[in-house]
Design a protein around this ligand. Structure first.
Ligand SMILES: Cc1cc2nc3c(=O)[nH]c(=O)nc-3n(C[C@H](O)[C@H](O)[C@H](O)COP(=O)(O)OP(=O)(O)OC[C@H]3O[C@@H](n4cnc5c(N)ncnc54)[C@H](O)[C@@H]3O)c2cc1C
Length: 301
């Protein structure tokens, strides 16, 4: 016999805890299942999250988890949800070593998994000197020698942004050839364009010192911005039959303005359902999903 909840939230990080907080404060029974592998676990510090700037990501989420756990109707269980399905009028989630729990609504806040370019030395620097976003980590590497590694066509936008943080070299990797207008804008932004492919990341990991090119030149670089290809961190949305949208970096779960997926009763929030990856956006989407799930329990779907 499984335990029944009003809502099960899968994923207990920025989005999932924010969703569960709204439900706990509405005095609803909410279960959070969390595998404890947030996307930013490779970064020693998180930036730009209001009131928490510069803290370790685990400290921010840990404090939020403690605050949520103080509510009597909230339960947080460590471990992966391995399966989710609709059974009549409820959702049944399997977790841990075969336990099941059921709920009237489900919120997926399962995040994304990054697929880094397969360059020797790059993964070891991820989160410290190989960075995904200048807004999150650019300030800390300001005025150093900065690089942008192309992984997809939109990399050119990152190459145009990054000079606000320091002198920038854009490594095109043969993926992007700028138009003459783009080349003019890159020149106005003082971006050095390097077409020779990068073949190795050099340094004393997690700190990089330079990049080796295919023609054996070494370019000094102190921090490298990379937009990795992304994948769903969990197969649950696919199992449930949720529709996806193809984003520039990878698929995201399709949601409406109320964060409901294409499957009635299943809501999604955070990186798994947006192209705007950022802890604040994830938390805000989680609040929206929690409130929407709560209201749907009263007003129907
Ligand atoms: C290296 C790096 C550094 C970053 N730095 C910053 C920063 O400084 N500032 C900022 O605003 N943003 C930063 N970000 C972006 C930020 O990490 C994400 O936007 C944010 O973590 C998204 O929150 P989320 O709750 O959607 O997903 P996540 O934080 O990724 O959490 C998803 C959670 O769901 C769990 N989960 C997944 N599947 C299951 C399952 N089947 N069962 C149970 N649990 C499951 C995972 O274990 C994880 O705990 C960074 C990203 C990266 C990659």
């Amino acid at each position: 016999m499984d335990t029944h909840y009003d809502v099960i939230v899968v994923g207990g990080s920025f989005a999932g805890l924010s969703a569960a907080m709204q439900l706990a404060r509405a005095r609803r029974r909410v279960l959070v299942l969390d595998g404890a592998k947030p996307r930013n676990r490779f970064a020693p510090h998180s930036h730009g999250f209001l009131g928490q700037d510069g803290k370790a990501p685990a400290a921010i989420v840990g404090e939020a988890r403690t605050q949520l756990a103080a509510y009597p109707t909230a339960r947080i269980v460590a471990g992966e949800a391995t399966a989710a399905q609709r059974a009549d009028d409820r959702f049944v989630v399997t977790h841990g070593d075969g336990h099941t729990a059921s709920a009237d609504r489900l919120i997926l806040a399962t995040g994304l998994r990054d697929e880094l370019p397969p360059l020797p030395g790059l993964a070891e620097c991820w989160g410290v000197s190989v960075l995904h976003c200048p807004y999150c980590h650019g300030y800390e590497v300001a005025d150093k020698q900065l690089g942008v590694l192309a992984t997809h066509a939109l990399s050119i936008h990152q190459a145009m942004l990054v000079p606000d943080w320091g002198p920038t070299t854009w490594f095109t990797q043969g993926i992007v050839v700028p138009t003459s207008d783009e080349a003019a804008l890159l020149a106005r932004r003082n971006v050095r364009v390097e077409p020779a492919p990068v073949v190795e990341v050099l340094g004393d990991a997690p700190n990089l010192t330079g990049l080796r090119l295919a023609d054996d030149r070494v370019i000094r670089i102190d921090a490298l911005f990379v937009g990795p290809r992304t994948h769903m961190a969990s197969p649950l949305a696919e199992q449930l039959g949720c529709a996806f949208d193809e984003g520039p970096m990878g698929p995201v779960i399709r949601v409406d303005d109320l964060k409901q997926t294409s499957v009635p009763g299943v809501f999604a929030a955070g990186d798994a359902s947006t192209m705007w990856s950022n802890a604040t956006f994830a938390s805000a989407a989680g609040v929206a999903a929690g409130v929407s799930a709560h209201r749907s329990l009263i007003f129907g779907l």
